[in-house]
Design a protein around this ligand. Structure first.
Ligand SMILES: [Zn+2]
Ligand SMILES: [Zn+2]
Ligand SMILES: [Zn+2]
Ligand SMILES: [Zn+2]
Length: 417
């Protein structure tokens, strides 16, 4: 097993630490170009913030995305930061259809200003149903005290340097890194949520929900379960451990999780110099460029009116610097999402206050629809689709245990409100 020279990639993973931003601030001239397409209702002083772009890549090693590496990742299963106190109950399901939510991505974004955010990860989940996302659209406009029923949820988890789960020493960034605790057992179907319900026959398989138990049963656990329970020494602890090992080895039975990627970061300013960067971009490109362009065109077909075309043009101009980006990260006072279209943007009053400390939420990152193409989501009428998902988090990144639910604003390309 070769474990040398991995230091670099791990450093890149840590790149979301906000400290490193100061280095490359000498690209101001480029920003002025965006100013000629001002929208009247867009209080645009256009003083652009340094944005970090996220790109997906196949993980380099099978351990690269384990939780002790503090990864930013998309698809597959979450690498829970606090492995014990996972979100539970209604937090894990779509408020609209009641199905357990699917893991979309997580961003490792520690904040240096205090110890309690030494480790800090944001997790995004969503329902697979476009119908639910369309309903979610109306819900997100509801203001306090109305309860919003969401199909997209974001959780924030943070840990101080000294914590029960990980060594306080810097990780080696290789296969020898181990977490200090095994973490809570997870659902054998989705591998995502806590498996606190057992199969009543074998008492080995664990599930987050009855829905996932039923799906596992239909897709093969029925047989496996019989073998486990008919096994002659099934009361014997050895047989029981055998069963556990068997089930653990195929930890995630669901075949409908999205493909797993590592998210690598680059400063957007790296792409500013000129657009000749074809070679540079091609390097980490997983899909041909024309595929990305098709995506963008099909998005554009849905637009109505000049305002949207104009807004789209400036969005497109900015994205074109690095068309494969799936994520734009910028957590600083006054930073705003780059909205693809005019319709369906929140006003300040549409952004709620922190559920926990009552303080303000601020924009932290946005997810672009390119991700759906890396996930192989089809372009059908009822397939999942969005123009952008903007994530807002507690400005104070307030303290406290467990996973705190933050706020996502979804802009759809089809809803012109
Ligand atoms: Zn749903
Ligand atoms: Zn499950
Ligand atoms: Zn069973
Ligand atoms: Zn707060």
């Amino acid at each position: 097993m070769d474990i040398d020279g991995k230091g670099d990639s791990v450093d890149e993973l840590k790149g979301l630490r906000i400290t490193s931003l100061d280095d490359d601030d000498d690209d101001d001239d480029e920003d002025i170009a965006d100013n000629d397409d001002d929208e009247d209702d867009e209080e645009e002083e256009e003083e652009e913030e340094a944005v970090i772009l996220g790109f997906v890549e196949k993980p380099e090693h099978n351990w690269s995305l384990l939780r002790q590496q503090f990864p930013s990742k998309a698809g597959g299963i979450p690498a829970w930061l606090d492995p014990d106190n996972l979100p539970s109950g209604m937090s894990c399901v779509c408020d609209i259809c009641g199905q357990p939510l699917q893991f979309l991505l997580q961003v490792y974004a520690p904040l240096v200003e205090k110890d309690s955010t030494f480790h800090r990860t944001l997790f995004v989940f969503m329902c697979l149903s476009m119908k639910c996302l369309l309903r979610d659209q109306h819900e997100q406009w509801k203001r306090h005290p109305d309860k919003q029923s969401r199909s997209v949820k974001v959780f924030r988890c943070q840990l101080p340097r000294a914590n029960p789960y990980y060594s306080s020493k810097p990780s080696e960034g290789n296969v020898t890194d181990k977490p200090l605790t095994p973490g809570a057992p997870l659902c054998n179907w989705c591998g995502t949520w806590k498996g606190d319900k057992f199969c009543s026959s074998c008492k080995v398989a664990r599930y987050c929900s009855q829905k996932h138990q039923v799906m596992h049963w239909r897709s093969g656990h029925k047989l496996e379960c019989q073998q486990l329970s008919l096994s002659p020494q099934s009361s014997d602890s050895n047989a029981c451990y055998g069963g556990i090992a068997q089930i653990k080895s195929q930890k995630v039975a669901s075949k409908s999780l999205w493909p797993e990627y590592e998210i690598q970061n680059e400063h957007e300013s790296e792409y500013d110099t000129e657009m000749s960067g074809d070679e540079g971009l091609a390097n980490n490109s997983l899909i041909p460029r024309n595929r990305v362009d098709d995506t963008m065109k099909s998005l554009m077909d849905n637009f109505e009116g000049d305002g949207d075309k104009k807004s789209w043009a400036s969005f497109q101009e900015r994205i074109a610097k690095a068309p494969e980006q799936v994520l734009r990260y910028c957590r600083s006072a006054g930073s705003k999402p780059l909205w693809p279209i005019l319709g369906g943007r929140p006003s300040n009053a549409d952004i709620p206050l922190c559920n926990y400390c009552g303080g303000r939420l601020c924009f932290e990152f946005q997810i672009l629809p390119q991700l759906l193409y890396y996930f192989g989501v089809k372009n059908d009428a009822d397939s999942l689709d969005w123009a952008t998902i903007a994530v807002y988090t507690c400005e104070a990144s307030c303290e406290g245990v467990d996973y705190k639910q933050e706020f996502a604003w979804v802009q759809l390309s089809t809803s012109i409100n």
